[in-house]
Design a protein around this ligand. Structure first.
Ligand code: NAP
Length: 268
């Protein structure tokens, strides 16, 4: 780690994750907030934004201008799926390392960005879930999927979430698909009298998305075997649960020149 604090741009500073990230930065000695990119409030200072620590960093509405005018090392993005994808591309093209927590990235998006990162010799970490417990839940699910190919995922989030299924559910299904015997879950002749009753299908597995106020981020992976079931569950009960993973991703990305997808890839 360099002696100078790592200079960070946060996109989505007034959001639930962005504001928690700014609080984490303000409490971390080797991090410094360089600037923020907001959907409004351009020209103001972070200290002017309600609910944020009184930090003297500039607010921009355009990432490109923000990169040009602030001497930053890393972008952290917690915005919306569309904006997050744009921001990731802009950062990599400007050789600004990026930590992307925003969800909604497809396999294709990740492949495209991976190429771009290689071409620009720049590091980027995209993680559908920064909570250490969630990463372990995914790893344990992968282990269990080898022995229990019959599996369904139920993910639950607050009703402000724009995308479904969650990036965590997709990543879990991808990890299980690497080891799970190919199988279409449910009865081969099953049908739905109400569309969507069986949830979404991914690699033969079913994913069910619940959206309710009061929830933060939760996932249960249910396995069925011969006269037994196994449930692996993770609950994020506060957004603080994501911050140790965000911190680790920032510390790691400054030394990376490729794309890394998933916190599990950098935990060991
Ligand atoms: P949120 O509270 O809705 O915050 C999103 C913020 O992005 C809002 O303040 C929004 O501003 C801002 N925004 C929209 N367009 C923008 C633009 N062009 N430039 C800058 N800011 C812009 O959502 P959240 O709960 O913080 O979640 C943000 C993302 O992180 C979501 O994709 C969510 O799924 C994901 N997430 C990831 C993890 C993880 O561990 N990886 C954990 C939780 C959430 P306005 O309100 O003015 O539009």
């Amino acid at each position: 780690m360099s002696e100078q604090p790592i200079q960070i741009i946060v996109a989505g500073p007034r959001g639930k994750m962005g504001s928690e990230t700014i609080r984490m930065i303000s409490e971390t000695d080797h991090f410094q907030l360089a600037a923020v990119v907001d959907s409004k409030n351009g020209g103001k200072r972070v200290a002017d934004l309600q609910g944020l620590p009184k930090l003297d960093a500039a607010v921009y509405e355009d990432l490109q201008q923000c990169i040009d005018e602030s001497n930053a090392d890393v972008l952290i993005d917690f915005t919306t799926p569309e904006v997050g994808k744009d921001h990731a591309k802009i950062a990599v093209k400007h050789r600004l390392r990026a930590v992307i927590g925003t969800s909604g990235f497809t396999e294709n998006d990740v492949r495209e960005l991976s190429k771009l990162a290689e071409q620009n010799d720049t590091g980027i970490i995209i993680a559908p879930n920064f909570a250490i417990g969630a990463v372990l839940m995914m790893k344990f699910s992968k282990l269990a999927a080898k022995y229990f190919p019959a599996v369904e995922i139920i993910e639950q989030h607050h009703d402000g979430k724009l995308d479904a299924p969650s990036g965590t559910a997709v990543k879990t299904a991808e990890m299980m698909a690497e080891v799970r015997e190919a199988k279409k879950q449910g009865h081969p002749d099953e049908s739905e009298s109400l569309e969507g009753a069986r949830g979404a299908e991914m690699a033969g597995m079913r994913i069910h998305s619940v959206r309710l106020p009061g929830l933060v981020a939760h996932q249960e992976v249910i396995f069925g075997g011969d006269s037994e079931t196994l449930k692996i569950r993770h609950d994020s009960i506060h957004r603080k649960s994501f911050m140790s993973g965000v911190k680790l991703a920032v510390e790691t990305v400054v030394g990376l020149n490729v794309l890394v997808y998933g916190l599990d890839e950098i935990l060991e």
